[in-house]
Design a protein around this ligand. Structure first.
Ligand code: 6PG
Length: 235
């Protein structure tokens, strides 16, 4: 069984999942801004979170002082922001209608010569924003999270907050990723999982196998892990 502090929320489909996750995002962000003057979030990449980001921008534009939200990424492919593979480009496009000031965005600088240099610079930018309020994560079909893949050295990193990945099994191979220590420097982690392709990974993650899949190893300091899943992804 999953850890006691795991909250599994099942929705009919990605649309209803995204709407509910967006509402929770806004409520959490509003509380953070009232209590601490800002809300720090690390965004997930890939396809699943796109609808959530669009719902935030198009249906919640007036629900939050968005200028107090600071946007990081839990991982990024080592490509330019205009590349169709860019997680930064995807999120900034989906969230574009919010017309946020540049100071809110904290993308990894993939214009540097190597993913190692990008990771080192990103790692220096993160500490003033820790603990993050929320880390959003997707779930890979192999149970990976961000760019932390089963069996990878990056998954076992105990000190660094951001590292380079050169052999990601999910293309493109060159990436930078927050590590477990970084992801755990958060008040809450929210997983977004949709589609029958993810059913096996979700089942194995919640069952907590030996050795555990990367997604099973998530334990944020704040203790809360919430799974936003649709019916097709559930066992
Ligand atoms: C990436 C993501 C990755 C993603 C999962 C799920 O850069 O590819 O960070 O970890 O979240 O692979 O991807 P989908 O949502 O596209 O299924």
């Amino acid at each position: 069984m999953a850890a006691a502090d795991t909250d599994l929320r099942v929705f009919e489909d990605l649309h209803t999942l995204s709407a509910a996750a967006a509402q929770a995002f806004v409520e959490t962000a509003r509380e953070a801004v009232e209590e601490r003057g800002r809300f720090v979030v690390a965004l997930a990449g890939g396809e699943t979170p796109k609808e959530l980001y669009r719902v935030l921008a198009n249906e919640h534009a007036d629900d939050l002082p968005w200028q107090h939200v600071h946007w990081f990424w839990s991982d990024e492919r080592f490509v330019g922001p205009d590349d169709p593979e860019s997680n930064v480009g995807m999120a900034r496009e989906c969230l574009g209608p919010l017309a946020l000031p540049e100071r809110c965005w904290h993308p990894p600088d993939t214009s540097l010569p190597s993913p190692e240099e990008t990771a080192e610079r990103y790692e220096r930018e993160l500490p003033p924003f820790l603990p993050m309020d929320v880390v959003l994560l997707g779930l890979g079909e192999d149970g990976h999270i961000a760019s932390l893949f089963p069996g990878s050295p990056a998954l076992e990193e105990k000190e660094r907050l951001v590292v380079a990945v050169r052999d990601a099994p999910k293309p493109p191979p060159l990436r930078i990723t927050m590590t477990l220590p970084a992801i755990h420097r958060s008040r809450a982690v929210h997983f977004l999982v949709s589609g029958s392709r993810k059913r096996d990974a979700l089942t194995r993650t919640l069952r907590v196998e030996a050795p555990p899949l990367p997604a099973s190893r998530i334990q944020p300091a704040g203790g809360r892990v919430t799974w936003w899943v649709d019916r097709s992804a559930t066992p």
